[in-house]
Each structure stands twice: as C-alpha cells, then as structure tokens.
Design a protein. Sequence first.
Length: 277
Amino acid sequence: MEPIETYVERKKEELKSKPYLKEAKIVIVQVNNDPASNSYIKGKIRDLSEIGINYEHIKLSPNISQEDLLKIIDLLNKREDVHGFIVQLPLPKHIDERVIKTSITPLKDIDGFNPLSSFVPATPKGILTYLEDQKFSFDSKNAVIIGRSEIVGKPMQQVLLNKNMNVTILHSKTLTNDMKFYLEHADLIIVAVGKPYFLKKDDFNLKEYCFVFDVGINRIFNKELNKDVLIGDCEKDLGVFFQSPVPKGVGLLTRLALLLNLEEAYKAFVRNKLKNK
Ligand code: NAP
C-alpha cells in the first residue's frame, strides 16, 4: 500500500493541474471557538490555498440565533458564486444540528450532512477512494465498522455494501464476545469510537491480512512533552497488513475527500448551467 501521506500529495497535485478548479468557491461557516475545529479549519484552508481554490471563512459568534444562522445558510444556498459549503461542527447547544444539516441544499452539501445530499460524507469517501486507488479487493470480503455515527459509521456501511462487502456495525451495546467474533473474521476494520487505544493487539487475534482504518482523533495531554498530542482509537502497531496512522491518516483522507466533493459540486453546477442555457 502507498503511504496515505504520499497518496494524498499525489491526488492534490492532480487537483492542482485542473484549471477549472480555480473557478470553484467553497465557504466554511464556523459557529464555535472550539480549538479542534480551529485546527481542522486551518488544515482545510491550507489545502484550498495550496490548490488555488477560492474560499471564504465566515466565523460567526457562538451566540448567533438559529434563525440568523438559517438566514446565512439560505443566502449560501442561493449564491451563484458558491459551489459548496460546510458548517463546521460542533454547533452551540441552543442550535439544533439536525435543522441546520437539513437546511443545506443537497447540491452544495459537500460534507454530505443532509440525508438528501448528493455527496458521500468526507471520511467514508476518503477511505473508499484510497482503497479504490490502491486496488483493494472489496467483493465478498468481511468489513467491520465500530461506531454508528451519522458522519462516519452509518455512511461507511452504505459505501462498503455498495462495494459488495459483508458489513457489520458494532457499537457500545455490542457484547464483548460478539465484538471478538466479528473482529477476528474481518478483512477490513474501520474504528470510529473516540476512545484512545480502544482496539488493542492483545485483546483480539486479528487476521494477518487485515486492513485497519483508525478514524479516532483523541487529544491527550502528554506530560513528558508538556503538550497535547493526537492519539487514535487503535494501539500503534496492531501487527496487521495495513493500519492507518494517527495523525496523517484518515484525517488527511477526509480533507482530500472534501476537495473531491467540491470538484463534483462544481462540475454539476457547470453541467446544470449549460443545460439551462
Ligand atoms: P461519535 O458520534 O463520537 O460516536 C462514537 C461511536 O462509538 C458511537 O456509535 C458509540 O456507540 C461507539 N462506541 C462508544 N463506546 C464504544 C464501545 N465501548 N464499544 C463499541 N462502540 C463504542 O462518532 P464519530 O463522530 O464517528 O467520531 C468517532 C471518532 O472519530 C472521534 O474520535 C472523532 O474525533 C473522530 N473523527 C475523525 C475524523 C477524521 O477525519 N479522522 C472524522 C470524524 C470523526 P453508541 O452509538 O452505542 O453510543
């Protein structure tokens, strides 16, 4: 397998060479002061600048009312010069996440938050496009996903089912023995739990040729380094054929997938424009 970092660099070079992407525009809406969100947005903006894609970062007060946020989303839905936009999570407690997600027009919802969205959410899409690029053989293999969130676990299940895999989702109510059974039969494991080192080598006898994608991003204070470090949901070396690192693993694939979704959104915009001429 090509390391994720070099794969992502290669795909970004491809995107840089597409002149039409210089016409595309993305808007990032932020309604929080969350340090993790600041860092994710910084990464996204770095990618956009590198490729030369136009962007706007709208940073709103966390005290904004839901009604005012919906008005801003409505404007973005209508703006002809905006081809895709995202509303960075988490949202303040007084704002209903579901209402916001479903208010984004499916044509511009490049995070795939709206159930009617035309786009696969960025994390599942990032993992899928990497596996496809690396010629992973999906057909009839066993996939196990730990975690059933709307942005990772559930859409990941759909994506892998569409590739003819046998897919099982595990969650906090899964019994330990069942978890052991499913994991030990898995050819592909996606871990999206949000608990540092949740999956440990000695707890399971994983298949030697297993592929593991560690989605977890846990910020932990390291006493020796005297700073926060990022830890995945999996122990560092599970001794399997492939394990995505944390950092510089699924996070990079997710960022790349957002760019790929924006490219799709822009192409659809141009197609529609030509059709309606
Ligand atoms: P989430 O909403 O935080 O939910 C966690 C999931 O893990 C839930 O489905 C929960 O089960 C399950 N879970 C919790 N404890 C468990 C246990 N003991 N055994 C089995 N399952 C358990 O999920 P998320 O939003 O997908 O986030 C998961 C992690 O991925 C977080 O660390 C997040 O920061 C990270 N993340 C990373 C990226 C990236 O780009 N790398 C993108 C998105 C998320 P229940 O449903 O039963 O509660």
